[in-house]
Design a protein around this ligand. Structure first.
Ligand code: GLN
Length: 441
């Protein structure tokens, strides 16, 4: 723990919003004492991990990488984090990310752009960029990111590590700062499938504090070490047969498909919604939900209040000065989507499209066991480029957002293409995702 804290202090990748040194060293002492007394310790006891700075950890700052909450102290601890603490894991760092999860590059942050672990001129990916880079650089053993539309999978891909978005509800969202509540997921990032499996098991389960959470069976090593159940793999034709995909990612993906075929698995090319439809459906709903969720941040109960002449002005100044350009873009967009006269045409249409997307997945999973996709159509951009063109940034999420809308379990594996492969199974079938990842190794 001490070693990791030292290395994190010196890191030049902008992954750290706050070090949890006091808490971490205190917890490490307790594990040391246990070992000195000859007590047996659990699998996760003493293991240092990182937390995206959108999770509550009682007594520590949770800033969401924003000016608005830069001094906000968590009043309680998120369920997923509490479960890791109960298992003896040691949180050492609150990790840099896009403010409120808004972004795909971890540049929308008051703590400076996160630098890619492999090439520091490139972005770390986002929004859980700090978490993925910390794992890739061995600054943490594992990190807990948050994935609303790809924020665990995409940075995992950009930094060549594993990142899982479990089925929506498998892990309680209590204490994860809400971005878009209907797709927000707690997601582990690690260097091996085994570590993902262990951490997933610890965090999973029904929680009375999140009514969308559900109870799930433990995933054992044995159940993921057989590939018997996997007979058919599908991929979306339009994700691959398009000019919008990087040529190398396309070639590598088709090679990966051929390799899987050679192992005796049937491959099916599937029809799917156009990237533009997926991206606009996701952003319509995500902006609507974030505009609602962030309406509480007006400086009254939380955050960096800026006083003005009257209450209304105080709200306006507090929000205008403290939210980033990207967050304001989403609040304005979301309020437009939800406003009278527009909501039928935009919001309800978005919901209807989401239903069609989910139905499409249900049909697909009658025909295939796994859907395979590149994580992104593009390789990581240079730092600075995404900020110039938000629309291009939204489009780079084309391959991840659909699975979020479908609330499906989906995992990035750092092989196959330059930004990794994304393995997706039917709802609640997280086990099959890990099984297929094991099979690909
Ligand atoms: N890039 C997507 C967005 O900005 C996804 C972010 C996330 O999953 N938090 O909405």
């Amino acid at each position: 723990v001490q070693e990791k804290l030292e290395v994190l202090k010196q890191n030049t990748h902008n992954t750290v919003n706050a070090l949890l040194d006091n808490l971490a060293l205190d917890l490490a002492d307790k594990v040391d004492t246990k070992i000195a007394n000859g007590e047996t310790i659990g699998l996760l006891e003493g293991i240092p991990f990182g937390i995206k700075d959108v999770y509550m950890v009682q007594g520590t700052k949770t800033t969401a990488s924003s000016d608005l909450l830069k001094n906000y102290k968590s009043a309680y601890t998120a369920t997923a984090i509490q479960k890791l603490l109960d298992a003896g894991a040691i949180p050492i760092v609150k990790e840099n990310c896009d403010s409120f999860g808004h972004g795909s590059s971890s540049e929308n942050t008051i703590f400076g752009a996160v630098k890619n672990a492999i090439n520091p001129d490139l972005v770390g990916g986002g929004s859980s960029g700090g978490s993925a880079v910390n794992v890739a650089k061995d600054y943490t053993v594992f990190s807990i990111g948050g994935d609303t539309g790809g924020s665990v999978r995409q940075p995992a891909g950009y930094n060549k590590v594993y990142g899982l978005k479990p089925t929506y509800g498998r892990i309680s969202r209590f204490g994860l700062m809400a971005y878009a509540s209907s797709t927000d997921c707690v997601g582990p990032i690690a260097k091996s499938i085994e570590d993902i499996r262990i951490v997933l098991n610890v965090m999973s389960g029904k929680d009375v504090k999140d009514q969308t959470s559900y109870a799930s069976a433990e995933i054992t090593q044995d159940t993921i070490s057989t590939s018997e159940q996997i007979k058919t793999v599908g991929y979306f034709k339009n994700f691959i047969e398009t000019d919008a995909i990087d040529a190398n990612i396309k070639t590598d993906f088709l090679k990966a498909i051929e390799k899987i075929k050679a192992k005796g698995i049937e491959i099916k090319a599937l029809d799917f919604f156009e990237s533009e439809t997926l991206v606009s459906t996701y952003y319509t709903l995500a902006m609507a939900e974030t505009a609602s969720n962030l309406s509480r941040l007006d400086g009254t109960n939380y955050g960096n209040r800026i006083e003005a002449d009257n209450l209304k002005e105080t709200y306006a100044v507090t929000r205008s000065e403290n939210f980033s350009e990207e967050t304001k873009r989403r609040i304005v967009g979301g309020n437009q989507v939800l406003s009278q006269g527009f909501s039928d045409e935009i919001y309800l249409k978005g919901l209807a499209l989401r239903d069609s997307i989910s139905e499409n997945f249900e049909r697909d999973f009658e025909a295939v066991d796994i859907i395979l996709s590149p994580v992104t159509p593009n390789t990581p951009p240079k730092i600075g480029d995404s900020l110039k063109d938000p629309h291009a940034m939204y489009l780079s999420d084309a391959y991840t957002v659909g699975f979020s809308l479908g609330q499906l379990p989906t995992l990035t594996v750092p092989q196959g293409t330059e930004t990794g492969l994304q393995i997706t199974a039917a709802k609640h079938n997280d086990e099959l995702v890990l099984k297929f990842a094991n099979f690909l190794k």
